[in-house]
Design a protein around this ligand. Structure first.
Ligand SMILES: [Ca+2]
Length: 175
């Protein structure tokens, strides 16, 4: 029996040849072919996965409460880094000047301070209803979800000058 060669057969044959040629060209040449549009090949970064670290900042913390707008999930690992110095005011005729980095003092704050159980004149970080100790290079894990709020552990912010520059990085908890 003699098979008739139809237009359909020719189309299929030409497609096989075309893709065969493409395959051979790709296989022989290890490099990817040039972009037919002549443009650059742009490799897009991977989107941030659910467990990748997030970053926010820098925030200038000194004479006011800073609402970071960073919503942090309970159980996240939060990494705080801070540079710079805050002058806590209250100096009189050049004496009694208190200038501290974000570590603050080595002792607890008085009872009328925002976080009496954390270090006096240090960076403190609030998430939900609780304060956590910040510092030059510190970590904490919030027990509640909420916006991160930064401030110095100081009863009177209005007489402060200078500032800490604070960066925040956090990793959400693994599900
Ligand atoms: Ca002060």
């Amino acid at each position: 029996m003699h098979a008739r060669i139809t237009t359909h057969h020719l189309r299929v044959l030409s497609m096989i040849l075309f893709f065969g040629f493409l395959f051979a060209a790709t296989a022989c040449n290890g490099n990817p072919g040039p972009n037919p549009d002549g443009g650059k090949v742009v490799i897009l970064p991977d989107p941030i996965g659910p467990d990748e670290p997030r970053q926010s900042g820098p925030y200038t913390v000194g004479d006011r409460v800073i609402y970071t707008r960073a919503e942090i999930e309970a159980g996240s690992t939060v990494h705080i880094t801070a540079s710079g110095l805050v002058d806590f005011g209250g100096a009189f005729l050049g004496t009694g000047q208190v200038i501290k980095d974000a570590e603050g003092d080595d002792w607890q704050a008085p009872d009328d301070y925002p976080a009496p159980d954390l270090k006096k004149n240090s960076l403190i970080c609030k998430v939900g209803n609780l304060y956590y100790q910040g510092g030059v290079d510190t970590y904490f894990t919030p027990m509640e979800t909420g916006e991160l709020i930064l401030r110095p552990n100081d009863a009177d912010l209005t007489d402060n000058s200078r500032s800490w520059e604070v960066m925040v990085e956090w990793t959400p908890p693994e599900d």
